[in-house]
Write a protein that binds this ligand. Structure first.
Ligand code: NAP
Length: 242
């Protein structure tokens, strides 16, 4: 069974659909919008997959533990956790409020910690598990206006490596994916000229699709990736290559 946080829309939804297509029963999650959670579940069921939806705020300790416990009780086990839910509150540092900082760290970093801690127990028992954290190239190279987001994503990368080292002997891998610019609601808010400017710097010449990330997540979740742990796979059209 796979639990994908923030999978009602965007990258998470594509990951949930891909894992379902590859045979996993999937728990779809969103923070607040029941209708989008239900539509993602319906899309999986229509395609012959197994899924259920749980609305829960992973920014809250209780939300995380309830999400993981309900997911386990729905399907009786937990094999794959994809920590995907994330938000942005972009602002230049001098104008960044305490709240902008706290909300982003809380959802993007603390949420992943809480969900992973809750999910590891069944994985340790079954001596098999996959933890996949959706980081960002902002966490690798930084980005003006995203000090909060970049710090959370860099933290998520270090978190991934620590988890990978802690649980490697128990058949559990932990890896991160660092997407570049991917077409979702999160990047939709950039105006057309900002998007054109970004595309100029992408060697492959276009903004990525959620499918590009979903394929990598499905690979990392599979047995084929059994010898890969503690890594960050960059999916950015070549934007950050050195
Ligand atoms: P998105 O389109 O804005 O979708 C975000 C999803 O996360 C929604 O399903 C949302 O549910 C859920 N979510 C947000 N806060 C949550 C919370 N506290 N509890 C539970 N669910 C929550 O975002 P996206 O572009 O697909 O991004 C997905 C992940 O990829 C994020 O971690 C993001 O940082 C990362 N990423 C994205 C890009 C990109 O270019 N798009 C690049 C690099 C990294 P609701 O609708 O209920 O709020």
């Amino acid at each position: 069974m796979a639990l994908v946080t923030g999978s009602s829309r965007g990258i998470g939804r594509a990951v949930a659909l891909k894992l379902a297509e590859r045979g996993a029963a999937v728990v779809v999650n969103g923070r607040s919008d029941t209708a989008t959670v239900e539509s993602a579940v319906a899309e999986i069921l229509d395609k012959g997959g197994q899924a259920c939806g749980i609305v829960a705020d992973i920014g809250q300790s209780q939300g995380c533990s309830q999400l993981v416990q309900s997911a386990i009780s729905q399907f009786g086990r937990l094999d794959i956790l994809v920590n995907n839910a994330g938000i942005v509150r972009d602002q230049l540092l001098l104008r960044m409020s305490d709240e902008d900082w706290d909300q982003v760290i809380n959802t993007n970093l603390r949420g992943a910690f809480l969900c992973t801690r809750a999910a590891l127990r069944p994985m340790l028992k079954q001596r098999w598990g996959r933890v996949i954290n959706i980081a960002s190239i902002s966490g690798l190279i930084g980005n003006p206006g995203q000090a909060n987001y970049a710090a959370a994503k860099a933290g998520l990368v270090a978190f991934t490596k620590s988890v990978a080292r802690e649980v490697a002997s128990r058949g559990i891998t932990a890896n991160a994916i660092a997407p570049g610019f991917i077409q979702t609601d999160m990047t939709q808010r950039l105006n057309a000229s900002a998007q054109e400017e970004i595309v100029k710097h992408i060697p492959l010449g276009y903004i990525g699709d959620p499918q590009d990330v979903a394929e990598v997540a499905a690979f990392l979740a599979s047995e084929k990736a059994r010898y890969i742990t503690g890594q960050v796979l960059v999916v950015d059209g070549g934007l950050t290559m050195v």
